[in-house]
Design a protein around this ligand. Structure first.
Ligand SMILES: C[S@@+](CC[C@H](N)C(=O)[O-])C[C@H]1O[C@@H](n2cnc3c(N)ncnc32)[C@H](O)[C@@H]1O
Length: 180
């Protein structure tokens, strides 16, 4: 059994449910199977990573853990990201099925073969260009019948539409699911 926790830093979105893992737990209960291999883009302190890894066989977590406002990433400050990496590393010691990959989503994406992943959960940068590129790049890495998923659906509606991603399920934390 896994408990719902605060997944990020503050209640920045102005409503609590989006910050909690309850919706993600519901998503995993419904969609993630024990034999699945997947990737998470944007792992921050590892709160969502821990939940997803509890449900699957192997999870690769991708995050540069270095960017901040000065490098064009305005969502979280550099000091919070650095602290988050420390928390991620502590969490990693308890989750043997997680592989940590330090890097930018689109660079690491090139290292995966097409049609090989059971799922990808996207929660990196949420601006239009970054989220659109994440969607169109990672969807090729998911097997046919596999899952392209993510967080903060409300922030990336236009990217989802332009990338022709049809959302088939949504959860109270604004997590979403599509099937390739
Ligand atoms: C909202 S936080 C992720 C929260 C985490 N998924 C959770 O729910 O516990 C977004 C993360 O995306 C990362 N990020 C931003 N741009 C990225 C990129 N291009 N590639 C990978 N990760 C990125 C940031 O460093 C940050 O840690």
């Amino acid at each position: 059994m896994i408990e719902s926790k605060s997944r990020c830093w503050d209640n920045v979105f102005g409503y609590l449910e989006a910050d909690m893992t309850k919706g993600l737990i519901n998503l995993c209960d419904k969609w993630i199977k024990k034999d699945m291999i997947g990737v998470e883009i944007g792992s921050f302190a590892g709160v969502s990573s821990k939940v997803i890894s509890y449900y699957c066989y192997k999870l690769t977590c991708i995050d540069p853990w270095v960017i901040g406002c000065d490098l064009g990433y305005k969502e979280i400050s550099r000091d919070k990201i650095m602290l988050a990496e420390h928390k991620f590393d502590l969490m990693l010691q308890t989750c043997k099925n997680i592989e940590k990959v330090v890097g930018f989503s689109l660079d690491v994406c090139k290292k995966f073969d097409n049609n090989t992943l059971d799922f990808v959960y996207i929660d990196g940068a949420h601006d239009y260009e970054s989220s659109y590129l994440d969607l169109i790049s990672w969807k090729y890495k998911v097997k046919v019948g596999g899952l392209l998923m993510g967080h903060d659906k409300g922030l990336i509606e236009k990217s989802l539409k332009d990338a022709n991603i049809v959302v088939v399920d949504e959860f109270c934390d604004t997590s979403w699911v599509s099937i390739k």
